[in-house]
Design a binder for this molecule. Structure first.
Ligand SMILES: Cc1cc2nc3c(=O)[nH]c(=O)nc-3n(C[C@H](O)[C@H](O)[C@H](O)COP(=O)(O)OP(=O)(O)OC[C@H]3O[C@@H](n4cnc5c(N)ncnc54)[C@H](O)[C@@H]3O)c2cc1C
Ligand code: FES
Length: 344
């Protein structure tokens, strides 16, 4: 018999089908809960089980600690009901009416913008357009049933081609293919748009944008969308990379700052080389924000890229800078290895 799940505070009710996780069932029934990786690695889907029992599924111990479980938390992308449930979490109404599609696409252009970063431009079939929110991602569907997530770097108004920024993971299944075998005109398949990392436009709070490496991709989509819409909220972008050459679109970010009075840009290098002749900021990118802002209680933060950066920013901004939990939005670029369960 199917169990019934009630969401608080909305009061919405839904029922998972055989074997579905709480998140899968909620999305299928049109109740978008927050999520990122869908694999127990990023923590975006963490919510409270107020009544009932769940099977927690497979997840990373660091993402859902024993203490979290004691306090009633579960990861809704992994947990399955073992009884009727009452759960507590926010619903993200902005993604509710956006259709998730599975589509073929053609590699229209590919360009290496850094030693280990490839920018892909993908063309959809002539009669198709992808509706999405700036910052969302798509899943590339691989032949063996695996999927790999990539953030959309273009803004929704500029949807002629979809733009992805792909970092080469040595030994990685998909990215090694991109760097060594993929050619222009290749056909790929993807599902999307996915995720709940997108610009919240119903707020007037100033924005901190925080990117590490190719985490710049969805941030680019968000900035281009905000500038296109004439948004007047102040934005401060911090982009953290190892060396100067990794700031693969530094000129674009500088241009945004030159052309827009409310936009600031701070690149931060963690390991600049002598030949970089770097005179800018150094260290960890989230620590640069900590140094510049004593109080983030009136801000929204959008953080994207390496899981360790996203985790540190979340921890330090909320605990030491007064940022509200509800105003921290993130996509952590977890890999399939990060997602391998540490517990079940
Ligand atoms: C929401 C989201 C958005 C993302 N957006 C982007 C984006 O815009 N740009 C981007 O570059 N990335 C992004 N990522 C990461 C991306 O999805 C992939 O995880 C990444 O590209 C690696 O894929 P891969 O198939 O090349 O590597 P995988 O095959 O998944 O391997 C990843 C790494 O683990 C190593 N590895 C594989 N198997 C083993 C093993 N058995 N033991 C030890 N090590 C192993 C590989 O050598 C490699 O270094 C995103 C991730 C998420 C969750
Ligand atoms: S969406 Fe559930 S842990 Fe990432």
């Amino acid at each position: 018999m199917s169990h019934q799940i009630t969401i608080r505070p909305s009061g919405h009710v839904f029922s998972p089908r055989n074997g579905e996780t709480i998140l899968e069932a909620a999305l299928r029934e049109g109740f978008p809960l927050p999520y990122g990786c869908r694999n127990g690695a990023c923590g975006t889907c963490k919510g409270k089980v107020i009544e009932g029992r769940v099977d927690y599924g497979s997840f990373q111990e660091s993402t859902l600690t024993a203490e979290d479980r004691e306090h009633g938390y579960a990861l809704f992308c992994c947990a399955r009901p073992e009884s009727d449930l009452v759960i507590e979490c926010r619903e993200i109404s902005a993604v509710k009416d956006i259709q998730i599609k599975t589509l073929p696409c053609r590699v229209q252009r590919m360009g290496r913008v850094a030693a280990d970063v490839m920018v892909l431009h993908l063309k959809l079939p002539a009669n198709e357009r992808l509706q999405f929110l700036a910052g969302q991602y798509i899943d590339m569907l691989l032949k063996d049933g695996k999927r790999r997530s990539f953030s959309l770097a273009n803004a929704p108004h500029d949807d002629e081609l979809l733009e992805l920024h792909v970092r080469n993971y040595p030994g990685g299944t998909f990215t090694e293919h991109v760097f060594h075998h993929m050619k222009e005109k290749d056909i790929l398949r993807f599902e999307g748009p996915l995720g709940t990392f997108f610009l919240r436009e119903d707020s007037d709070k100033p924005i901190i944008l925080l990117a590490s490496g190719t985490g710049f991709a969805p941030i680019k989509g968000i900035v281009e969308h905000a500038l296109y819409k004439g948004m007047r909220r102040p934005m401060h972008l911090y982009w953290g990379c190892r060396v100067r050459a990794d700031l693969y679109l530094n000129g674009l970010a500088e241009q945004w700052a030159r052309d827009n009075a409310g936009f600031s840009y701070t690149p931060v290098l963690s390991e600049p080389r002598r030949e970089d002749q770097w005179t800018g900021r150094t260290g960890l990118v989230h620590e640069a924000v900590m140094a510049d802002y004593a109080d983030l209680s009136g801000h929204q933060v959008y953080a994207c890229g390496a899981p360790v950066m996203v985790e540190a920013a979340h921890r330090d901004f909320t605990s030491a800078r007064g940022l509200s939990e509800d105003e921290f939005y993130s996509d952590a670029f977890t890999t399939a290895v990060d997602r391998r369960p540490a517990t079940s």
